[in-house]
Write a protein that binds this ligand. Sequence first.
Ligand SMILES: Cc1cc2nc3c(=O)[nH]c(=O)nc-3n(C[C@H](O)[C@H](O)[C@H](O)COP(=O)(O)OP(=O)(O)OC[C@H]3O[C@@H](n4cnc5c(N)ncnc54)[C@H](O)[C@@H]3O)c2cc1C
Length: 506
Amino acid sequence: MGKKVLVIGSGLGGLTAALRLSCDGYDVEVVEKNHQAGGRLNQLKKDGFTFDMAPTFFSMSYEFKEFVEYCNMDLPFEFIELDPLYQVNFSGSDRFYTVYKDLKKLAQEFKDIEPDFERRMQQYLRSAATIYHDTEYRIVKKNFTSLTDYLLQLTRVPIRNAPKMLRSMWREMEKYFTSYEVKVIFSLVAFFLGATPFDTPAVFSMLTYTELIHDGYHNVRGGMYKIVEGLLEEMKKRNIRVHYNTEIVDFLTDHQGVKGFRDQDGHTWESDLFVVNSDAAWFRGKIFNRKQYQPEKLDRKKWTLAPFTMYLGVKGKLNNIHHHNYFLGNNFKEYASKIFKNSISLEKPYYYLNVPSRHNPDTAPAGHEALFILCPVPDLRYKPDWSDREELASHIIEDLSVRIGYNIEDNLVSKTIYDPVKWKNMFNLYQGSGLGLAHDLNQVGGFRPGNRDEKYGNVYYVGSSTVPGTGLPMAVISSKLVTQRINHEQKPVHQKQSANQQVNNP
Ligand SMILES: Cc1cc2nc3c(=O)[nH]c(=O)nc-3n(C[C@H](O)[C@H](O)[C@H](O)COP(=O)(O)OP(=O)(O)OC[C@H]3O[C@@H](n4cnc5c(N)ncnc54)[C@H](O)[C@@H]3O)c2cc1C
């Protein structure tokens, strides 16, 4: 067996890094602060209902395929391509816009409000495809040795993409489309980055390309948590131990670097190498006590919106709503400009509704529906007090009932609310920010907390808080990048083995 690696955190980044490294011959162990694995990719079971706690779909499924090929294993879950992708409703209207992957069908959906939609969308997507393909291997899937190296790589991105770095996603939309609804709907992808289209650079229009053309969105049969269960099964086959209810709170050094980390009970976890899946900025500040990552410095950075989530069990079947739905108001620009700093009214929130029982009937008892609601809200810097959470919850439930023509309140059999304080405490998310540091150009690539520690040569980072960024596929790419880095710097231990080989020849 090769060098010992301790992975701190069992989010998707931690689990996929653990498997890749084990595959490369390292002796891997994982510690996790919570009682179950998955991090934000988690599950809540209550009152006979099963909810995905946060992610409800993912793009770039080929990253999971690359991962299983790397680890020489079968995909341990089954994904289902979504089409239609989602539907959108604006308040005061009973019209639901359905977003199809098929451009002809999509054009039909918008023909009365955006004449010439198909041609315009094709142009928009062509331009979005260019930035995607021009940056995929030069920036997104690349390790940088330093900030200078990153800036050098940026100069290799064809100059035709420069204007997209300077204008916002909303301005990009305005170049192609005239309809307010079309602009709003196709800039919702900015919210997947935890921001708004007004403060998200147009380079991220590439997400619309991945959404509609490149790979689309996917669900998982049986629910998103099947990803975690599948990975844990594989880890068991490879003798990767996971220790739950173990939170790292301190560290020990010797002349070679970090010798071990100490948990909340005073137990020391020694290892040759460490891969931190906890938030890469928070961890450097809180555990390593680094000056530039202290709250006064971190608070000056831009963080993504915080999640306010609800998990509802409802009697009755809601056949007129899709699996993924957005419920928006009519003041998008104003709402987006105020939401970060808590000057929005909690009375008319924008929110996303997921109905897991639509594709996975086992998630709700017969004749019932499981509902997941996500409302992006200001982080704890701007709204530290959530004692009014029931108020926001009731406004959402009331509003949803009107829009779908079904009284949710009267049929509610289960209700759970997670506010940003809960999210912060569960996963050590800085100020409750749902997706960590924002993806402004000065906080991505070489500017993002790196996947190699600046001081200790045996400490690395993985997950969406380091490179390349947030979301499930990015966490998987992150595990690839950190594994490449470790193998390059620490020398591979011995040849890859498949899970079956390891079981038969431990
Ligand atoms: C509400 C919400 C909805 C989302 N929806 C989507 C979606 O639909 N599609 C999508 O692709 N992405 C979505 N995301 C983003 C996605 O969930 C994340 O990008 C991804 O799950 C992050 O994985 P990770 O491995 O980087 O970190 P995490 O999932 O945060 O895992 C880190 C782990 O480290 C543990 N940990 C932290 N500190 C310590 C410590 N000191 N000691 C021990 N353990 C520690 C935590 O408990 C956690 O288990 C969503 C996120 C949120 C919050």
